[in-house]
Ligand binder design. Structure first.
Ligand code: MRU
Length: 354
């Protein structure tokens, strides 16, 4: 079953084992709604790399289907060649982006599924892998709904809600994580007003969050990133809700660059700061956030971005794509399995085990 709630499908598989992956090219939004067909693994890798498909859960979904595409050339091969190709494809996709752990989670899951069928004909394993990718997709759909239910309970009618980057339908099968809380609250009759940080340098907030909120009829106001403090001081925001790319065992959370600053501002203004993310975004192999790999992206995203040249030629640029918000600044983490509050190593472990 696919998610049509927003009137769009972020990504979906078309056809059977010999089919292909269709996804919205998010680099073109909001100017143009364009879907592209990925018929080989290199096209999926490029789509993840340049953010045509983006956001932790959607990257995981794209990677799962990318594995299926990568194996289409070895359906008639012997076991050794099939499993050799599987490793090659998984390693290749793992090199697309480093921070969102859902990518590695999905690749691990696909590899484990294939390993469990070792000895079966490759075409049969490939069919089982496509079914596994569909299962990940269906679980993502249900996960979004559960996060929406848990998250909506934290939001009150009439509140202003600030969000950073885009953690909506466009980062999942269709309903989102942080924005799922807003959508579910709105469906239950709560009236919310969302402040969307524009999210420099690639403007996921202005381009994507504003686009999908508008489509769903949610009140949304775009602000420049450097306006958040003033907007909070003016009393316009009663809650902050953001997504996550990787959460360490103690709750430290990597998300889009700028999230840490928003968390500090929320703390200073005594505004609750919520993170919404599925269990597949937790990386409990990391004790805390210091070891989370932070993607460094091309300096031209800062100098040229999507808005034309804004800095002189040759100037030095630092462009980390993510930052880590310490658990101490997070009021609660909303996961499909429940709400982690207060955020501690013990509470993370308890909710993930539940
Ligand atoms: O670089 P992006 O656009 O992939 O970054 C996305 C984010 O930081 C999202 O907030 C995060 O992946 C959470 S999405 C549920």
């Amino acid at each position: 079953m696919t998610e049509l709630m927003n009137g769009f499908k972020t990504l979906h598989w078309v056809g059977g084992v010999d089919g292909h992956l269709r996804l919205i090219d998010q680099t073109r939004l909001p100017a143009e709604f364009l879907e592209i067909d990925c018929r080989d693994v290199a096209t999926v890798w490029e789509a993840i790399k340049v953010l045509r498909v983006r956001g932790a859960p959607a990257i995981g979904l794209a990677a799962a289907y990318g594995v299926c595409l990568g194996l289409q050339t070895v359906l008639g091969a012997d076991q050794a060649d099939f499993f050799g190709r599987l490793k090659e494809v998984a390693d290749y996709l793992a090199g697309s982006r480093p921070t969102a752990v859902n990518l590695f989670w999905a690749l691990d899951r696909m590899t484990r599924k294939a390993e469990s069928l070792r000895g079966r004909p490759p075409a049969e394993i490939a069919a089982a892998l496509l079914a596994e990718a569909h299962a990940v997709y269906e679980e993502d759909r249900q996960m979004c709904r559960a996060i929406g239910r848990h998250g909506a309970a934290l939001l009150q009618d009439g509140q202003g809600v600030l969000t950073h980057c885009n953690a909506g339908g466009l980062v999942t099968s269709g309903y989102g994580t942080a924005l799922a809380a807003v959508y579910t609250a709105a469906e239950s009759g709560k009236k919310l007003h969302v402040y969307a940080d524009e999210t420099r340098p690639l403007l996921q907030g202005a381009r994507l969050t504003a686009w999908e909120l508008q489509r769903r009829g949610i009140d949304v106001t775009v602000i420049c990133d450097n306006m958040a403090a003033q907007v909070m001081r003016e009393g316009r925001v009663q809650a902050v809700v953001v997504g996550a790319d990787r959460i360490a065992a103690n709750g430290d959370t990597a998300n889009k660059i700028g999230t840490y600053g928003v968390a500090l501002l929320a703390s200073a203004h005594r505004i609750p700061f919520y993170v919404a993310a599925p269990s597949s975004t937790f990386d409990c192999s990391l004790a805390d956030g210091t070891a989370i790999p932070i993607e460094q992206r091309n300096p031209n995203e800062v100098t040229d971005g999507l808005a034309g040249r804004v800095a002189p030629e040759g100037v030095a640029v630092y462009n980390p794509a993510f930052d880590v918000t310490p658990a101490s600044l997070i009021t609660a983490i909303v996961c499909e399995r429940g709400v982690i509050r207060p955020v501690s190593r013990e509470a993370v472990a308890a909710v993930l085990a539940g």
